[in-house]
Design a protein around this ligand. Structure first.
Ligand code: DGY
Length: 348
C-alpha cells in the first residue's frame, strides 16, 4: 500500500498500524509511505531486506522482527538513517549494530505505561480470583448452584504486592494495586523509585487519618526478598542478558505456595519449562502471562494448566495507546530524517 507516491523520502512500515495520524504525519512531511500488506504475521530478515530495497530513508518495524547488523547495514546501503520499533521494549534491536551503521533507533515510551499496567492488574485479578477457570466452568454448563468452596481464590486487600523493576510501568502497576486494593508494597530495582515511595507514604497517611489500616512500602535489598515476602509478584524489567531466566527453579522454589506471579514484560524473563513444572506441583500457585519465552508458542503443558491465565501479548492493546505508539514511530523516523527531536532514542 503506497501513500503519497511522489514524496521525497521513502519510508517503509513493515506492518499496518492503528489510526491515521501517523500516516498523515509522514505524508504531510514529504514522505512516500509504503505499508507492507504481507499477510504473514512475522516477517523474516529476507522479507524485510526486500522491503528496504535499493533506496529507503527510514523503516518502522515491529517487536517480532530481528533488527541486527544484516538489516541495519542494508538500510545504510539504501541511504537510510532512521528506524523506529513500535514498542517500548527493544530487545529485538541490536542498538550497537544500528550505531555502527549510523542509524538512529526510536522506541515508543510513555503512551503505553498505563495501558500495560492495567493489563498486568487485570492478569493479577484474573489469576487471584480464578476468573478464566470460572468462566470456562460456566460455559461448560457445570454450575449447579452456589457452594462454599466454589472457586475460592485470594483476597488482595492487606496483602503485599511485589514489583520487580519499578520503572514507568512497574510504578504505575504498583500504584494501581496499592490505591485500588490497599496492598502493601515491596519492590526491587537498581534505582530508587522515590516518587512511588512518596505516593505510598502519603496514601498510607491518608488511610490512617481516615481510621483505616495504612499501607506500607519497602525497598528490598535483594530480589529474593521480594519473592519470599510478596503475595503477588509482577515482573517489569527490561529483557537483557542479566534478566534472562530471572525467574528460575531456585527462585520459584522460594515464592509462597499461594503466590500470584504476573509477567507483562518479556517472556524469556521466566524459565517457562520450570514454571510449568512449578504450576503442576503447586496447584494453588497462579500465574498471569501476557508474554512467552518462544512467542507465539507456549511451552508444552502450559495450555493445560488451570492455574495459568494466558493472553497473547496484548498489554499495550488499547486503541488510544496503539494509535499513540504508531504516531510516535512516525515522529521518530521523521525526527531523524528532518532533524526534529527523536521521541524514544535508546542509542543516543
Ligand atoms: C512493548 O511496547 O514493548 C510491548 O511489549 C508491546 O507494546
Amino acid at each position: 500500500e503506497v501513500w503519497n507516491p511522489s514524496g521525497k523520502y521513502r519510508v517503509v512500515s513493515t506492518k499496518s498500524m492503528p489510526g491515521t495520524r501517523w500516516i498523515r504525519l509522514l505524508t504531510d512531511n514529504d514522505c512516500r509511505l509504503e505499508i507492507c500488506t504481507e499477510q504473514k504475521t512475522i516477517l523474516s530478515v529476507d522479507d524485510i531486506l526486500a522491503l528496504i530495497g535499493d533506496r529507503c530513508d527510514g523503516v518502522i518495524g515491529q517487536l517480532t522482527e530481528d533488527w541486527g547488523d544484516v538489516l541495519f547495514s542494508a538500510l545504510k546501503r539504501a541511504g537510510g538513517t532512521a528506524f523506529s520499533n513500535m514498542a517500548v521494549g527493544y530487545n529485538n534491536v541490536d542498538v550497537e549494530a544500528a550505531n555502527r551503521n549510523g542509524i538512529a533507533v526510536g522506541n515508543t515510551p510513555g503512551v503505553l505505561t498505563e495501558t500495560t499496567a492495567e493489563l498486568a492488574a487485570s492478569l493479577t485479578l484474573s489469576a487471584a480470583r480464578r476468573i478464566v477457570e470460572a468462566d470456562q466452568f460456566m460455559r461448560a454448563g457445570l454450575y449447579d448452584g452456589w457452594l462454599p468452596h466454589l472457586f475460592v481464590g485470594n483476597l488482595l486487600k492487606g496483602q503485599t504486592v511485589g514489583v520487580i523493576g519499578a520503572g514507568r510501568i512497574g510504578s504505575a502497576y504498583a500504584r494501581m494495586m496499592i490505591e485500588g486494593f490497599k496492598m502493601n508494597l515491596i519492590y526491587y530495582d537498581l534505582y530508587q523509585a522515590t516518587r512511588l515511595e512518596k505516593f505510598v507514604t502519603a496514601y498510607g497517611q491518608f488511610l490512617k487519618a481516615n481510621g483505616e489500616e495504612p499501607v506500607t512500602w519497602k525497598r528490598a535489598a535483594t530480589m529474593e526478598d521480594v519473592l519470599r515476602e510478596a503475595d503477588v509478584i509482577s515482573l517489569h524489567p527490561v529483557l537483557d542478558k542479566t534478566t534472562y531466566h530471572l525467574i528460575n527453579p531456585e527462585r520459584l522454589a522460594i515464592m509462597k505456595k499461594e503466590a500470584v506471579l504476573v509477567n507483562a514484560s518479556r517472556g524469556p524473563v521466566i524459565d517457562e519449562v520450570a514454571l510449568v513444572e512449578h504450576l503442576k506441583a503447586n496447584p494453588m500457585f497462579r500465574v498471569g502471562l501476557d508474554v512467552f519465552e518462544d512467542e507465539p508458542y507456549m511451552k508444552p503443558g502450559l495450555a493445560d494448566m488451570k492455574n495459568a491465565v494466558v493472553v497473547p501479548h496484548i498489554a499495550s492493546a488499547s486503541k488510544w495507546t496503539r494509535e499513540g505508539m504508531a504516531t510516535l514511530t512516525a515522529l521518530n523516523v521523521l525526527g531523524k530524517i528532518k532533524g526534529y527531536p527523536v521521541w524514544g532514542n535508546p542509542n543516543q
